[in-house]
Design a protein around this ligand. Structure first.
Ligand SMILES: Cc1ncc(COP(=O)(O)O)c(C=O)c1O
Length: 350
């Protein structure tokens, strides 16, 4: 059957995901939420008794609840199986083979993965050494074939936000600008309120980070009314499963508890940042999200990652041309920070 497979997919490498680990491992590699779901989620899931019925394809109840949470009318909102699905759906709406997608590297790997699956061509504009974006220069990377511009803000893995005035400059270029706000609850910076005014602005959000539902897969997109209609039309009808819907609704009913946990994670991030800065071979970058990117200086990041893994602590390691010898460490519980620091101090040759 090989010959029938689309040629560009035959040579495509898959996405490098994080893999399940032993339950004892301290997972600081996936930007997950160590506090887990809000307290009522487990009970809501166990009491729900319609698992044998297909979910609502129109997602009415959850879209209404999200409207109350975001302040944006429900007709602008489409829910997906993680924001990953909305990245894919957005690209499917716009990309013909050979069309271009602009992204600002280094950034989240799903933009290049989903662009490749759609047969599009990813154009990477390099971020500056502090990971900011020179939007005037970036405009030169937009061609007549550019259909979509992806911008994560805060960006994964660098943690910095792109200021809203720069996003307005990108919007003026014409193609659809997808602002991925997966870490919005940590940064507090959003452009979601601008969606009703800008036809080409899409904002993506997720329940994976602030609400601790990464395993249940709930994300949503905020689109112009016109685009939302198209995305609703092309999405698989039952894309949000009922368990995910129940959990998301309960999370939105317990926002205060979840927000308190976000505050605790933000405080822990500050403590982790200070401790990492004090080490002479690590250069941590300020982050508006729930992780910290560190440059490893005078030591191989891969060796440090292996050393930590042997002690049951998982962190993400990068060794690309843009990020050579970098680690990304998700913010965990205070005891995770303590164990991480102890393990770093045991590093041979230090
Ligand atoms: C920038 C960004 N967007 C989207 C996602 C994926 O979110 P979800 O779990 O909702 O698919 C992530 C996850 O790491 C991310 O960092």
């Amino acid at each position: 059957m090989e010959e029938f497979i689309r040629p560009e997919l035959r040579k495509m490498e898959g996405y490098s995901p994080i893999f399940p680990s032993s339950p004892e491992a301290i997972r600081l590699d996936g930007n997950e939420n160590p506090y887990g779901p809000s307290p009522g989620v487990r009970e809501a899931l166990s009491k729900f008794d319609l698992y044998h019925i297909y979910p609502d394809p129109e997602q009415v109840e959850l879209r209404e609840a999200l409207s109350a949470y975001t302040g944006i009318p429900a007709q602008h909102i489409v829910v997906g199986s993680g924001s990953d699905e909305l990245i894919d759906l957005t690209l499917r709406l716009f990309i013909l083979p050979g069309d271009e997608v602009l992204s600002f590297s280094p950034t989240f790997g799903m933009y290049s993965f989903s662009t490749a699956v759609c047969g599009g061509k990813l154009v990477k504009f390099p971020r500056a050494s502090d990971f900011s974006i020179d939007v005037l220069e970036a405009a030169r990377y937009v061609s007549p074939r550019t259909r979509v511009i992806f911008l994560a803000s805060p960006n994964n893995p660098t943690g910095n936000i792109t200021p809203p005035p720069d996003i307005l400059s990108l919007l003026s270029l014409g193609p659809v600008v997808v602002v991925d706000e997966a870490y919005y609850e940590f940064s507090g910076t959003t452009v979601a309120h601008l969606v009703p005014q800008y036809d080409n602005l899409v904002v993506l959000r997720t329940f994976s980070k602030w609400a601790g539902l990464a395993g249940l897969r709930v994300g949503y997109g905020i689109f112009s009314l016109n685009l939302a209609t198209y995305v609703m039309r092309i999405k698989p009808p039952y894309n949000l499963n009922v368990a995910a819907q129940v959990a998301a609704l309960r999370s939105l009913a317990e926002v205060d508890i979840l927000k308190q946990r976000v505050e605790m994670l933000k405080e822990e991030k500050e403590r982790l940042f200070d401790k990492l800065s004090a080490l002479d071979f690590l250069l941590p970058f300020p982050s508006c999200a729930n992780f910290i990117l560190c440059q490893v200086q005078g030591y191989r990041a891969r060796e440090l990652q292996k050393h930590l893994a042997q002690r049951g602590i998982l962190v993400r390691y990068f060794d690309t041309p843009e990020l050579k010898d970098y680690l990304r460490i998700s913010v965990g519980l205070p005891e995770h920070t303590d164990l991480l620091l102890r393990a770093i101090k045991d590093l041979p040759g230090r």
